[in-house]
Design a protein around this ligand. Structure first.
Ligand code: KIV
Ligand code: ZN
Length: 490
């Protein structure tokens, strides 16, 4: 790509904050850490690692990410804080270990939020913005301010609020379309208006933050870039509140493919996109739709005869970018069942997978050998699945020793299970169900006695073919735990 005359657009990844707070997308600390390591490999400029005031667990995850991933040549580690000193202090302590730190504070500016949620006047909100940005800036030299629900804020008041934050020392001004209400034209015009009319904004970075309620989060973010934004907030696979956030891979590849049009480029290692997408999808148990742009299984598949004919003659007849550019193929592992420890270790290293210790390596190597016995082609995706499986550090209370089930047309699905309980006792029980899987869970429930309901059971093949490795997602909701999907576990 000819990059003359183009600007750097910062990629601010909020998968671990806005993404992770979406229903059913929660991750454990180890999973968050693994995602953060991958985001660093992807070379995002900023990782929003979480919202430390939300819970001690969130604080700990941000702190750990800051410690491990926030190296001097790594990304900036940001933490979210509401506009109050308690939240700002928690954000600041959590990001301490990072070499490059950012406090991201926010306050709503739309009348509907001020009146009904915050019960504040516009003037009171301006005072809060001034005081809290000043306070954050007294701690940290990199401070981002977001006027929440900017998309529905009176434009004159939005200018005023942004100007107050700039005067108080904010270095990045992020303009959220919190409810995904705007059209690309409107969003672009809002960014342009701020860019041209807020005193001092020329010394700051304007940022986009778009939600996908009307399916235009990526288009809105790109309209922002066209109009002067130099940071885009986005998430892997577009996960996030409700319909999600702008999808990182789509924003990045749009800028990569049409750099001259956008007058911009990013520093993203695009070949890491597919892997980042798979990792997040496997941790949250939400499969990537096959027709998803950039990382979906069909994103580079040509089915129609006319297209295939064209692609065979010249790839670019029907392809504007290549599968290799986003890391979707060329990954086959040239190891097999005769490969030794040394070759396998080298392969993990080449994939950027760092194991915690020798014991973890031994487990994964054993599972790799077992897989080679069963599967003809083992590729990077299989290795990623082995590692991800090994790293799901679930605390095993009961051990499932034996499962037996009967099912078929005209039969009542029935299962018998044998569990070893936490005291080492062998427990056996049987149950019927609506299908074999349901029968198995009903039988387990009879032993464990924690009433719950199965809300999702899905098997997704990770690779192609009859011998494919598959990923199983099981979500259960504990009965009596309020909050819908909030009680679900993957
Ligand atoms: O959507 C939103 O307004 C947010 C802010 C906290 C930045 O996520
Ligand atoms: Zn958001």
């Amino acid at each position: 790509m000819d990059t003359s005359g183009v600007d750097h657009v910062r990629i601010f990844d909020t998968t671990l904050r806005d993404g992770e707070q979406a229903p059913g997308c929660t991750m454990t600390l180890e999973e968050k850490l693994e995602v953060a390591r991958q985001l660093a490999r992807l070379k995002v400029d900023i990782i929003e690692a979480g919202f430390p005031a939300a819970s001690p667990g969130d604080w700990a995850a941000v702190h750990e990410i800051a410690r491990e991933v926030g190296t001097p040549d790594g990304p900036v580690i940001a933490a979210l804080a509401r506009a109050n000193s308690g939240d700002i202090d928690k954000a600041w302590t959590a990001i301490q270990p990072a070499a490059k730190k950012r406090i991201h504070t926010f306050m709503s500016t739309s009348d509907i939020h001020l009146e009904h949620q915050f019960r504040k006047t516009r003037e009171q909100a301006l005072v809060l913005i001034r005081d809290m940005v000043t306070y954050a800036r007294s701690l940290c030299e990199d401070v981002e301010f977001s006027p929440m629900d900017a998309g529905r804020t009176d434009p004159a008041y939005l200018r005023e609020a942004v100007a107050v934050a700039v005067a108080a020392g904010a270095t990045t001004l992020n303009i959220p379309d919190t409810v995904g209400y705007l059209t690309p034209d409107e969003y672009g015009a809002m960014i342009r208006d701020l860019y041209e009319n807020v005193p001092g904004i020329e010394n700051c970075i304007l940022s986009t933050h778009c939600h996908d309620d009307l399916g235009v989060a990526v288009a809105n973010s790109l309209a922002g870039v066209r109009n002067g934004a130099r940071q885009v907030e986005c998430t892997i696979n577009g996960i996030g509140e409700r319909a999600g956030n702008a999808s990182l891979e789509e924003v990045v590849m749009a800028i990569h493919t049409r750099g001259q049009f956008y007058g911009a480029q990013t520093q993203i290692e695009t070949q890491e996109l597919a892997r980042s997408s798979r990792l997040v999808s496997s941790f949250i148990g939400v499969p990537v739709p096959p027709n998803k742009a950039i990382v979906g299984a069909n994103a580079f598949a040509h089915e129609s005869g006319i297209h295939q004919d064209g692609v065979l003659k010249h790839r670019q007849t029907y392809e504007i970018m290549s599968a290799e550019t986003v890391g979707l193929d060329g990954n086959e592992l040239v190891l097999g069942k005769h490969s030794g420890r040394h070759a396998f270790r080298n392969k993990l290293h080449a994939m950027g997978i760092e194991l915690e210790n020798e014991e973890e390596f031994q487990h994964i190597f054993t599972r790799f050998k077992e897989l080679c016995d069963r599967k003809k082609r083992v590729d990077d995706r299989d290795i990623e699945a082995l590692v991800a499986g090994e790293r799901q550090h679930t605390h095993e209370l009961y051990k499932l020793e034996h499962v037996q089930y009967t099912s078929g047309s005209g039969l009542i699905p029935t299962a018998t299970i044998r569990l070893i309980d936490p005291d080492g006792r062998v427990r056996t029980d049987s149950s019927q169900g609506t299908g074999p899987v349901d029968a198995i869970y009903q039988a387990i429930n009879r032993v464990v006695q924690r009433p719950n309901e199965l809300i999702e059971f899905a098997i997704n093949a990770i690779t192609e073919g009859l011998d494919a490795v598959a990923e199983v997602t099981v979500r259960i909701r504990e009965q009596g735990v309020p909050g819908g999907n909030g009680g679900a576990r993957t």
